[in-house]
Design a protein. Sequence first.
Length: 113
Amino acid sequence: QVQLVESGGGLVQPGGSLRLSCAASGSGFSYKPWAWYRQTPGKQRELVARILSGDITNYADSVKGRFTISRDNAKNTVFLQMYSLKPEDTAVYYCHDASTNSWGQGTQVTVSS
């Protein structure tokens, strides 16, 4: 069973930066596709970014040029570096392992002055 633990969320002012981390247990980390999703109350969870084999990355249009997904295979950790944060980025961010459909507990990101 895969366990995912997110960290790095918090309160940041508009224009600020945060880096989220997702530590994963289990085997095969480097071969799996990984993704970050986010969700706000009353809305569906939406895909923010994903990283595929060969480190191919995809991003939602709303975060292109501002967010970067990456992974450290030696540490079994996926990152989401977020720059130029906007109030509309406020959400709970979740890490996702598509190969097992596993989710972390989420980490709150709040962008507010």
